[in-house]
Design a protein around this ligand. Structure first.
Ligand code: UDX
Length: 451
């Protein structure tokens, strides 16, 4: 893609949700639209401020009056939906003022807001500004979320130890649905999702960080039930060489170590930017990795393990046992790591960005989903695309060891890698001129001109 924009003087205002898994795709989208000649303004919250040094071509506007420091310091998988519910109320006045001031200064063609910022629809309506949403996850997830009222009515969120397929919602199982709520059903979570679905249907379009060939039936189902133009133009990160919207510092010191490892021999382990785990799960992960005797690169985010600043909970003797075979770091340049020839598998929580980044590099996965869209993504990885194994119970070290060997050394792992490589080829084709993502992007640009 050309990096020289042809100027068209149309300004777009983009509003990312302030979490790593949402900031990355929104800033990537901003870059894509900038290369198409649009002027870009990013409105961001005073919490998790994006690093602007890498985006001098954009105008940034900050809004405040949102989270207290205590709330901001305690965002994790258990609290994130109540934090997002809170922000959808607390940021209304400052967002509205900011947008109104921008509109006084110059015309704006469209607001592109994260779908989870559902309050922005009524603000955009009140200012007569067209609103399109970016859905940072995939279409399969949106369809499952749209079925929440029915799932709730049938008590699927609260029951079930036994795993059964759900009629009319294949490939999802009862266990996946319970997992979406992270074992903690709350009305607030349902409220957030139902407001998101309602205001997505009210938007003028949906931009997706996915591609048509990956979710063909879901694309048709979405077009039918949402009746809003859909633009699957992903994977966004493939339009540019490297992501530079990381909130944490990326450690590159182990790259030389990675260069020395045999092809497809290393398991990359990372659970994204918000998962938090207990000590016993962490210890089991460590012993599973050690006992598998396979090579690994493990991202352990500071403060992501209960009562630990970083690695204090590692079992005694673990480092000696593992020696040169494993590396542990705080944060990685993930896309670059996944593209490295030494990587043979990815043990992931299946956040959508991680899942898509793995597909783009043809890397098979071990799926340990925790909540929200992750169980849905994991189910598609294992049962539909067949490029990974499920490991959603981390209480048995032997099961962990077995899953690692299945993906890294067994014949089954080789077959998954082959299927993943064929999806990688489809990704590349879809991004080429005339490919589906490329065509969707052209349609999106035309659409933005027509508003
Ligand atoms: C959150 C939700 O948990 C996820 O389910 C949803 O799909 C998006 O929002 P997160 O948990 O952070 O996201 O996971 P994910 O979507 O995988 O995003 C993580 C991002 O951080 C990826 O782009 C990944 O490349 C990046 N990352 C991760 C790094 O740059 N370095 C790392 O060491 C780990």
């Amino acid at each position: 893609m050309s990096t020289e924009p042809s100027p068209n003087n149309r300004r777009l205002v983009l509003f990312p949700l302030p979490f790593q898994g949402h900031i990355n795709p929104m800033l990537q989208l901003a870059n894509i639209l900038h290369t198409k000649g649009f002027k870009i303004t990013i409105i961001h919250t005073d919490f998790n401020i994006p690093n602007q040094t890498n985006y001098r071509q954009f105008t940034f506007k900050s809004i405040s009056d949102g989270l207290s420091k205590t709330m901001a310091d305690n965002v994790n998988l258990d609290t994130v939906s109540s934090v997002i519910n809170f922000m959808n109320k607390s940021y209304i006045p400052s967002f509205r003022n900011c947008l109104a001031t921008l509109l006084e200064q110059e015309p704006v063609a469209c607001l592109i807001s994260d779908a989870l910022w559902h309050f922005t629809q009524s603000v955009a309506d009140s200012l007569k500004l067209p609103r399109i949403i970016l859905r940072t996850s995939n279409m399969s997830c949106m369809l499952v979320y749209a079925a929440f009222p029915v799932l709730d009515e049938k008590s699927y969120f609260k029951t079930t130890i036994q795993e059964e397929p759900i009629k009319d919602l294949a490939p999802m199982t009862t266990r996946d649905i319970v997992k979406i709520m992270n074992g903690d059903f709350e009305e607030g979570k349902l409220e957030l999702i139902s407001s998101m679905i309602k205001e997505t249907k009210a938007a003028l379009g949906i931009i997706w960080n996915t591609f048509k060939e990956l979710e063909e039936p879901e694309f048709l189902a979405i077009s039918e039930s949402f009746q809003v133009p859909s633009f699957p133009i992903g994977p966004f990160h493939k339009y540019f060489t490297a992501s530079s919207s990381s909130l944490l510092e990326q450690d590159r010191s182990y790259m030389l170590w990675l260069d020395r490892q045999p092809i497809s021999s290393v398991l990359y382990v990372s659970f994204g930017s918000v998962v938090h785990m207990g000590k016993s799960e962490f210890t089991n992960m460590a012993w599973g990795l050690a006992n598998s005797k396979q090579r690994f690169l493990w991202v352990v985010r500071p403060a992501s393990v209960s009562d630990s600043e970083w690695l204090e909970s590692l079992p005694t003797g673990f480092m000696e046992e593992v020696g040169e075979r494993g590396c542990i770091i705080k944060w990685a340049p993930q896309q670059e790591v996944l593209a490295h020839q030494a990587i043979g598998g990815f043990w992931t929580h299946n956040g959508w960005n991680s899942t898509l980044e793995s597909i783009c590099e043809g890397v098979p996965m071990i799926c340990s989903p925790c909540a929200y869209d992750q169980p849905i993504n994991a189910r598609y990885v294992t049962d539909v695309w067949r490029i990974g194994v499920m490991l959603d119970n981390m209480s048995e070290r032997e099961e962990i060891e077995r899953a690692i060997k299945r993906v890294i050394i067994d014949k089954e792992g080789i077959e998954m890698r082959q299927r993943s490589k064929s999806l990688q080829k489809k990704v590349n084709l879809s991004l080429e001129k005339g490919g589906s993502a490329n065509q969707s992007l052209d349609s999106l640009v035309d659409y933005l001109f027509s508003l």
